[in-house]
Structure formats: C-alpha cells, structure tokens
Design a protein around this ligand. Structure first.
Ligand SMILES: C=C(O[C@@H]1C=C(C(=O)O)C=C[C@H]1O)C(=O)O
Length: 273
C-alpha cells in the first residue's frame, strides 16, 4: 500500500527528500509548514511526516518515532530566530509576534523566556498582518525556516537571537526541532511500505551528505542563499537522533510540562521495524 508522506517546505528538509525518488520512493508527498503537517498527522491526512517534536508530545499515544532521524541543532540553527528591537532581557510586559507556522519553536521560546530569563509576562500571539510588518516597526517576532534565513540576511532587527544557541548555552544539549512521526495506524496497516521508507530516508540523507555541493547545485534556493550558504546551513543542522539528542528532547518535554505547555511528559515509543 502506498504511503502519504508530509514534507516541510524548508531548505533544511532537502537532505531527506532530494534523493528520495532515486532511492526508490514512489508514494505521495504532501507539502506544508510544520503546523499544517502537525494537523494532518493528528487527523490522519498523512501517514508520517517530519513534524514538530512538540506535536509528538501532544498526541504521543497515536504515534511512533522513526529511530536515528531528526532535524536538530547541536549549536546555532540559523533558522529559528527571535528578532527584536530591544535586548531579550528587557522584553517583560511586551509582545512577541508569531507566524502560526511553528509548534516546537513557539514553546521553546516560552521556555527560554520563563526558565532562562525569568520573564513572566511576555505575550506571544499571531498578529492580524504579516510579522515582517511588526519587525519593520521595531516590534519583536519569532520566525522559523526560510523566512527566518531571509530576514537574517536582511538584518531585519537590531537584536537577533538564535534559539538553538540559547538552548545550548543554558543546557549544554542539542535541540530537536522535528522528529519523523509515524501514525500507529499506518505502522500496522502499511508495515512493508513503512519499513522500505525508513531505509530510503537513510539512503537519501547519505547521498546528500556524500556531496552537499551537488545537493546545493540542484536546490533552487541557491538563488538567494548561494551554494556555499546552503552547504554551511546543512552542515550546522544535525539529522541524527542519538543519545545526546534524546536527552535534549526529554529535557524540553520536561520543561514544557513544568510550564503547563503540555499536560504531561510523553513516553518515547519507537517504531521497531
Ligand atoms: C530548524 C527548524 O525547525 C523546524 C521547526 C519546527 C517547529 O517549530 O515546530 C518544526 C519543524 C522544523 O522544520 C526550522 O525549520 O528552521
């Protein structure tokens, strides 16, 4: 049975997807921003997707995790950025504009504000207009993905904070933005196709990292990122899911629960083949 797979339309996903057809994948791909794919996962509109790690925690009883794969950062991530007209320490009582695209990073931002900076009264909300307009007027905004990379290139605010870098400074751990989340139902009903896809994803990632230069040449965003810029960006991401990543992930979920962003800490259940 053919799989329906979500695809985050950000450059950071290219190492998982670019060589997927050459690695034998012939299922259906559905594009979207993370919040859209989170909803499709929860409702059964896709069988599996790289999606917000926060979404796994929110509905973990419905899901399994693909082992060994993630979209993480072990230092600066460069595409999850708080843009601000003022230093972060002075933001209490202020607003931060959100895009509505994210789940993990929004909650990471709330943890950073409360846990690391002891700022108890910062209101985070999606404004009526584009967040870029809020930034142009000197307000604060959280951007993720390609929009964050573009605004950083344009130096869109006097203060720009990289959330993965702040996380590392305060915890010493990697941060896991996205996990490969599989619906339990698909694991049961499409077991063979799921097993094949796990191998194909590792194949695509391996081909990508065999020559990031070749991947950059074939990526349309080279027009504004430059080939060298793309290679640097992929090199600063981590696509693995090792012990340190899992420690960072558990700590994130623990802090989400402590600050009432989650009702409970999820158990981590992995797909076993
Ligand atoms: C590193 C990133 O992580 C993304 C952030 C996500 C979120 O905040 O929910 C979800 C998926 C990731 O692609 C990014 O897109 O810049």
């Amino acid at each position: 049975m053919s799989l329906v797979v979500g695809h985050i339309k950000y450059i950071n996903c290219a190492p998982f997807f670019h060589y997927l057809p050459e690695c034998g994948f012939d299922g259906t791909i559905v594009d979207g921003v993370p919040s859209h794919l989170n909803r499709l996962l929860a409702e059964g509109g896709v069988d599996l997707s790289p999606s917000s790690s926060f979404e796994y925690a929110r509905n973990w009883r419905e899901y399994l995790l693909f082992p060994e794969l993630s979209i993480s950062a072990c230092g600066p991530v460069r595409s999850v950025l708080l843009f601000s007209g003022r230093p972060i320490e002075t933001l209490d009582g202020d607003h931060i504009a959100l895009t509505g695209d994210s789940a993990t990073s929004v909650n990471l931002l709330k943890i950073i504000l409360k846990e690391f900076y002891d700022l108890r009264d910062v209101r985070c909300a999606v404004p009526a207009g584009p967040v870029e307009a809020v930034m142009a007027e000197g307000g604060s905004a959280l951007l993720i993905g390609d929009r964050a990379l573009k605004s950083a290139q344009e130096k869109a605010a006097p203060y720009i904070y990289d959330l993965a870098e702040l996380w590392l400074q305060h915890t010493g751990l990697p941060f896991v933005f996205a996990l490969w989340i599989l619906r339990r139902q698909a694991a049961r009903e499409k077991a063979d196709a799921v097993r094949t896809l796990h191998g194909q994803l590792k194949c695509s990632r391996e081909r990508a990292f065999a020559s990031l230069e070749n991947l950059a040449k074939a990526t349309p965003e080279r027009e504004w990122m430059g080939e060298g810029g793309l290679v640097d960006y992929w090199n600063c991401m981590s696509y693995e899911l090792g012990e340190a990543h899992l420690e960072g992930l558990r700590l994130y979920f623990h802090l989400c629960a402590r600050h009432h962003l989650l009702d409970e800490e999820p158990e981590l259940h992995f797909w076993g083949g």
